[in-house]
Design a protein around this ligand. Structure first.
Ligand SMILES: [Zn+2]
Length: 221
């Protein structure tokens, strides 16, 4: 038997829809990030790549051959990954940031021994194993504002001290000034994914790619 945020396992296993925050126990690693290729007849000279709901989408002209598709998917996935690395801290950077946040907002009481990015968090933003002092942060947070990443780090740091999402838990997060805003931000992201906002690739022709906040474009020729 396991309760939400099961104390008997010392792990957070809760999914808190109302809070727009999902966290839980770790999952087994699986091999590859998912890439979806979208062919568009409207698209003639550009390739676009962006993140959508945990997947990487590469939009290509319909006229591309399979060989061109492979070449451009490889190229764009590599470029997105380079962008991720530039924009986001390394695992060491996450651990350092967790230390600063614990010091600033939790009196240094939460001590994370290991903080890593994880692409295997499913729909969760983060998860932790208090017995090990380890925290995993979803790679879906890459590129989001720093105050959102800080909130997720703090959320998991608080779990190292206190399992359930009860009044005590939220009181521990009280000192962080962006908690409400960050929860709203994540709730909005979750809502967009759950309610299948029209794919960015399809909007692009009319809307100038306005949804592709995390995307990049390339000229084909
Ligand atoms: Zn939690």
């Amino acid at each position: 038997m396991r309760r939400a945020c099961g104390r008997e396992h010392g792990r957070c296993g809760a999914r808190v829809g109302a809070a727009g925050y999902r966290c839980g126990v770790p999952e087994e690693p699986s091999p590859k990030p998912e890439v979806e290729v979208r062919r568009s007849a409207r698209r003639t000279r550009t390739v676009t790549a962006f993140r959508e709901g945990g997947r990487t989408v590469v939009a290509i002209p319909a006229r591309f051959t399979r060989a061109q598709e492979r070449e451009w998917v490889d190229r764009m996935v590599t470029r997105l990954a380079e962008g991720d690395r530039r924009r986001t801290p390394s695992d060491d950077g996450l651990l350092r940031r967790a230390g600063e946040l614990s010091r600033d907002y939790l009196g240094g009481n939460a001590v994370a021994r290991r903080v890593v990015w994880s692409s295997r968090q499913g729909r969760r933003w983060g998860s932790c194993t208090p017995a090990e002092g380890s925290i995993r942060i979803s790679t879906r947070l890459r590129g989001m504002p720093g105050w959102v990443l800080d909130y997720v780090l703090l959320h998991e740091l608080v779990h190292l001290l206190h399992g359930p999402h009860d009044a005590t838990f939220w009181a521990l997060l009280d000192g962080y000034p962006h908690t409400t805003r960050a929860r709203g931000f994540l709730e909005g992201v979750g809502h967009a994914v759950d309610h299948a906002v029209p794919p960015a690739g399809e909007l692009e022709a009319g809307a100038g790619g306005g949804l592709e906040a995390d995307g990049l474009d390339a000229d084909v020729d």
